[in-house]
Structures are given as structure tokens and as C-alpha cells.
Design a protein around this ligand. Structure first.
Ligand SMILES: [Zn+2]
Length: 495
């Protein structure tokens, strides 16, 4: 089959990017996505998913070339609880129906770890539907997060797949640009790329998915070396670990021309290297909440408290009360600030003025990560604006906390403050706090909701952080979660 395009190839571009967490309560609606980064057809622009996104990278490559672009749909949500099935069906239909049948190439910015309770492999279903519509001729190229769960269905449908090589993720733009460059070379007939995937039977907690952690950084460097040796792209998917799916596991992935490079051997070599150091990722460097607070109270400089059990950056709902309960039970002379998703509390307090009010935060039962806690609070400020992240990898990306309140919580010794908001939102930088004019440098302790990404986001303010061994849907203790759908033996569960 001749897959080479005519002189002015037609390339469809779009994206569907959301990282979901199977274990998080609630679900994510289409309305929530509409309030974030959402554009259809001609409303799509270079910066629709953020100024440094994969889409922006692909856009800059493709708009500089003699191609005709067809903009389909670009929907990029914040990491979140499982996507409602009707929201996914809407997105799938928009992308597929807006992609012309006679297209020569397709670029999609995907995250790769979407999840619906009724559809475990949304990206696979989307790509399958797309391939069925356009047939086998057009090249399909996708960019992904390195936490993608790249399924067989996805592999069946795409020719080119490229993922980030950095964590914290700071190479989104370059990854999108690379996926677009390879696609264009394929479309004009200069190369004939295929993607080989090697499954690695391991899943590890993400605290050491960090290029600063030498063994992980070396694996990422190995990807770049494989590219220097002749692959079009090499990636290592270290997977979003909180997905309850049959074949959860790391994957190495090499895009290559079979006549020019041995991509299979390269992918197997990368996989073997990762497997050989699996145990290094299991070392626990977290502190209990109470030890974390004691450590933070040693002096008055700012430290980030990484609430890893309820990391909204890993798709959690953001309703943990573990830090709040720890603060209420301790007696440290310090200033602390945290966030909580609690729409009922917002409804109760919104517009009611600044008097002291008794309220319950959290909705969980006794001993759950989100156990409800009674406290006395005073509302200091109200706000109904969106968050514009300052994180280097999410620059100008929008988050939608809904209505949010800045409150002070009564305590005999500590000064405790919180931002209570309606919807889950990422806390990978100070932007949610700054919505309320808070200067984080006035605090001893600020809560972040991620395992690794917060380091880059809070770096302009402090590089001092504590990983807290909190529980919740993004716990580091993977063995404590109910992976009921897992079918293939995988380290550390059963290998
Ligand atoms: Zn990621």
C-alpha cells in the first residue's frame, strides 16, 4: 500500500488528555472538562492546551510546513477521578466525526491514562474508532505522558507513539514536536515508521519517577541514546500506577524504520535495564504525618508537605483530611496552609460573612483518609476564579476549582489556614493559594498534592520538602489497593 501523501498533505490535529485514578471517589463530568482546556474545530489555537503543551509543539512544527491542517477537538483536563462515560463518548465522537476520511496523517495529544468505569481503555476505543473511519493508509501519531497505560488496542491503531522523557515533566513541547516531525516525514514518504512495544512486568510507586533520582534519570537518558543510534523515538512508560486494569505495567517503546534500525532489540534492552533495577524504586523515604509536622516545625522556613496519598495530580479527588487532623492534634508553633475539595462546605459557607463557624470538613468514615473532622473556621476571602498554573510544564493551563474560600481554622497554638474549593484541582505550584492573595513565603508548611511534580512548581519559593506517607487513592503502598482486574503477574504484586 502506498501511504505517501499528495503534494499538500492533509493532517488532522487534536487531543484528549486526562489522567484518571480508578480508586478515587466520584467521577469527572463533561462540564468539568468544559471549564478547563476545551476547544472544538476552528476554536482550537496553538495554546488551547497551554503555551508549552505537546499540542503547541506539534502546532509549531506543522504550521511551518506545507500541509493543510484540520482542527478536530482538543480537550485537556486536569488529572481526575474516572471520566463519566457520556463525557468520553462525546469526546470520541467529536474527534472522529471531525477527522476527514481522506486525511493523510493524524496527530493527537493524548495523556494515555484516561479511565471510565464502563470503558477501561478510552484511548484504545478512540484510536480504534478513528482507524476504522480513515482506514489503514493514513499515519497516526500520538504523543503521551510517560505515565501512559499504552494498551494493545492503542498499539493496533497507531504508527508512531512518543512520550515525555522527563519527570517532573518539562519536555511536553518537545515531545509533541517530535511526534509531529516523525508524522510529517512519514506522510511525505521519507520514512516508514512502526512502533514496537515491550511490556515490563513491574509497577512501582511514583515518588522516584524523578530524573533527579539517578537510576530513573539513566533510564530516560537511555531513551535518548537509542534515538542517537538511529530510532525515530524511544520512550519508557513508567505508567500511572493507580489504574485498575488487566495489564498494568511499564512498557518500553521504540519507533523505527525496520530496514534501517533494530527497534525490537533496542526496546528489549531498555526493558531489561528497567527490570534490573526495579527494587531501587521500592525504597520508602516518606514520613508519617506527625513526624512530617515535627520536622517542618524545626524552623520557620517554608517546607512543602507532599500529600502523596491524595495527590490530585494523580487523579485523586483532593478531599483528604489527614494533614488537617495531624495539625489539629499537634501543638507546633507554626503557620500551615492546605487545600481540600469539599463542595458541601463551600455551599454552606459561601456568602455568609466572616464570623466563626463550626463546620465539618471531609466526608469519610472513621479511620478513612478523608474522615470527617469538625473544626471552627473563619472565612477570610471568597473567590470564583480559575487557576492559571505557573508550573513550568503546565504554564498557562487552566484549572477549575469552582468557588473557593480562604479560611482560618481555630487552634490553640498553630496558625492553620486552608483553601476549601468545589472541584478537584492540581496543587503542583502555589497558584491555588495565590488566587486568594496568599504569599506562601509567610508560611512554614504548604501542602502540595503530588509525588514529584510539585518540586518544579514550588522551586521558585522553596526546594525544601517532605514526602508524607498519607493514605488515599494515590498511596505509595500499592499493595494496599484492590487491583481486582489485574491479570498478568507483575512486580511487586506477585513477582
Ligand atoms: Zn505523568
Amino acid at each position: 500500500m502506498n501511504r505517501k501523501a499528495k503534494d499538500m498533505p492533509v493532517i488532522a490535529i487534536g487531543g484528549f488528555s486526562i489522567e484518571c485514578n480508578s480508586f478515587a471517589p466520584n467521577s469527572t463530568s463533561l462540564d468539568q472538562l468544559r471549564s478547563e482546556n476545551f476547544a472544538l474545530g476552528d476554536d482550537i489555537s496553538r495554546d488551547s492546551a497551554g503555551t508549552s503543551s505537546e499540542f503547541a509543539g506539534a502546532w509549531d512544527v506543522l504550521t511551518a510546513l506545507p500541509v493543510t491542517l484540520v482542527k478536530t477537538a482538543l480537550i485537556a483536563g486536569t488529572p481526575a477521578p474516572p471520566l463519566a462515560i457520556d463525557a468520553f463518548e462525546f469526546i470520541k465522537n467529536e474527534i472522529v466525526s471531525r477527522t476527514p476520511e481522506n486525511v493523510d496523517g493524524i496527530y493527537l495529544m493524548l495523556h494515555g491514562s484516561a479511565y471510565c468505569r464502563e470503558e477501561l481503555d478510552p484511548e484504545g476505543a478512540l484510536l480504534k474508532a478513528l482507524r476504522e473511519k480513515v482506514g489503514p493508509r493514513p499515519f497516526i501519531s500520538i504523543s503521551m505522558d510517560l505515565h501512559a497505560h499504552f494498551t494493545q488496542e492503542m498499539h493496533n491503531a497507531v504508527d508512531i507513539a512518543v512520550a515525555y522523557r522527563s519527570c517532573p515533566h518539562i519536555d511536553l513541547y518537545e515531545t509533541g514536536a517530535q511526534a509531529a516531525q516523525i508524522l510529517h516525514q512519514a506522510v511525505i514518504g521519507n520514512i516508514n515508521p512502526v512502533t514496537y512495544v515491550e511490556r515490563i512486568p513491574m509497577v512501582v510507586p511514583p515518588a522516584k519517577h524523578d530524573n533527579e533520582f539517578k537510576p530513573y534519570g539513566s533510564l530516560m537518558n537511555l531513551c535518548k541514546e537509542i534515538e542517537k543510534e538511529g530510532a525515530h523515538a524511544a520512550s519508557l512508560l513508567t505508567v500511572q500506577p493507580w489504574l485498575n486494569v488487566p495489564d498494568l505495567g511499564w512498557k518500553s517503546l521504540v519507533v523505527y524504520d525496520s530496514k534501517k534500525f533494530d527497534g525490537v532489540s533496542a526496546a528489549k534492552k531498555l526493558a531489561a535495564e528497567a527490570w534490573s533495577i526495579r527494587e531501587l524504586f521500592m525504597e520508602d523515604t516518606t514520613l508519617s504525618v506527625s513526624d512530617a509536622l515535627t520536622a517542618a516545625a524545626q524552623d520557620s522556613t517554608l517546607k512543602v508537605f507532599a500529600d502523596i496519598g491524595d495527590a490530585t495530580n494523580g487523579g485523586s479527588y483532593g478531599d483528604s483530611t489527614e494533614l488537617l487532623r495531624g495539625l489539629l492534634e499537634s501543638n507546633h508553633d507554626m503557620r500551615a496552609i492546605f487545600t481540600i475539595t469539599d463542595p458541601a462546605a463551600v455551599a454552606k459557607l459561601w456568602g455568609k460573612g466572616g464570623g466563626a463557624t463550626k463546620i465539618t470538613l471531609g466526608t469519610g468514615g472513621k479511620s478513612e483518609y478523608n474522615e470527617s473532622v469538625e473544626c471552627e473556621i473563619k472565612v477570610l476571602a471568597e473567590c470564583d476564579r480559575k487557576v492559571i498554573y505557573t508550573h513550568p510544564a503546565a504554564k498557562d493551563v487552566t484549572g477549575s476549582p469552582g468557588k473557593s474560600l480562604f479560611v482560618a481554622i481555630s487552634h490553640p497554638v498553630s496558625q492553620i489556614f486552608a483553601v476549601i474549593h468545589q472541584n478537584p484541582v492540581r496543587v503542583i505550584d502555589a497558584s491555588l493559594y495565590e488566587l486568594h492573595g496568599v504569599n506562601i513565603l509567610d508560611y512554614t508548611l504548604v501542602q502540595a498534592k503530588s509525588h514529584v511534580s510539585f518540586k518544579a512548581g514550588f522551586a521558585p519559593l522553596t526546594e525544601s520538602y517532605i514526602l508524607a506517607n498519607t493514605r488515599g487513592p494515590t498511596t505509595a503502598d500499592l499493595l494496599s489497593l484492590d487491583f481486582s482486574l489485574r491479570t498478568i503477574p507483575t512486580y511487586p504484586f506477585d513477582l
